[in-house]
Design a protein around this ligand. Structure first.
Ligand code: AMP
Length: 250
């Protein structure tokens, strides 16, 4: 890669106003990313930031399930109503139901723009299913970002987390309280606590992560895709670290 291309590429990653168009070279390829990491490490926030910067589609299975759960009774398939029970309890939804939901997004997965998967895959069977789909479509993942954070910090984050029902901004009762209790600083929307952000469900979700999702780290390491990122610290710092890690791979 020549020196000018290297500078352009660095500016584009940093979001410099001096150069907002994608650099030449291999970054023309669409970004196809997977975000791994325990619940509460900030995948949703980083996912939003990455999608804005890289101009790719954000696909969050948790958000898709919550949206499906908000549909009126008659509009919900029996499988989806069942999925809501797993979700409320903090358990993983069965692989077949999850894949059905992701398959409905296959136009986005095929998009020339690229995509970011947040909260999927979460089991080896899901990762293998995704790999099969990608092979069939002759597509490949660009990187799998693994956000790392000590468990004590994760529990503390989840138990005080509040989310804006409108713009999805994330607050924390102690570490990032809103100016007015229950009201989003960014858009004035209502803040709520997720049904599964209670101590019993948090323990089950962290156990599910350790048992089912952490084996994916080895799976993606073996494929040469794993990109570990330290998730401790303010969102903008974690974002800068993520960009640097992706840049190092590109
Ligand atoms: P999240 O918003 O990613 O924390 O997901 C919330 C909940 O949705 C999880 O605790 C699971 O019950 C369910 N869920 C989301 N994605 C998946 C997945 N890939 N596999 C199984 N369950 C999932």
């Amino acid at each position: 890669m020549d020196a000018q291309n290297k500078i352009d590429r660095a500016r584009w990653f940093e979001g410099s106003s001096a150069n907002t168009s994608p650099p030449t070279g291999d970054l023309h390829q669409p970004w196809r990313l997977v975000l791994l990491g325990a619940p509460g490490v900030g995948k949703g926030t980083q996912g939003e930031l990455l999608c804005q910067r890289l101009e790719i589609c954000h696909i969050s299975t948790g958000d898709l399930f919550r949206a499906a759960g908000n549909r009126k009774g008659g509009d919900q398939t029996p499988a989806m109503a069942d999925a809501m029970k797993y979700m409320r309890h903090g358990d993983l939804v069965p692989d077949s139901v999850v894949w059905e939901l992701v398959r409905e997004q296959s136009d986005f997965l095929r998009s020339r723009k690229g995509f970011l998967l947040d909260g999927f895959p979460r089991t080896l069977a899901q990762a293998e299913r995704l790999q099969l789909f990608m092979d069939d479509e002759k597509l490949s993942l660009t990187a799998v970002v693994d956000y790392e954070m000590p468990q004590a910090e994760i529990t503390m984050r989840l138990s005080g987390r509040r989310i804006c029902a409108q713009c999805k901004s994330v607050f924390h009762v102690t570490w990032r309280p809103p100016k007015t209790e229950g009201v989003c600083d960014d858009c004035g929307g209502r803040l709520y606590r997720r049904d599964d952000d209670n101590p019993a469900s948090i323990a089950i979700r962290l156990e599910a992560y350790k048992h089912s999702t952490s084996p994916l780290i080895q799976f993606y390491k073996d494929l040469g895709l794993l990109t570990p990122v330290d998730a401790v610290g303010p969102a903008d710092e974690v974002f800068a670290r993520t960009m640097a890690a992706l840049q190092a791979r590109a």
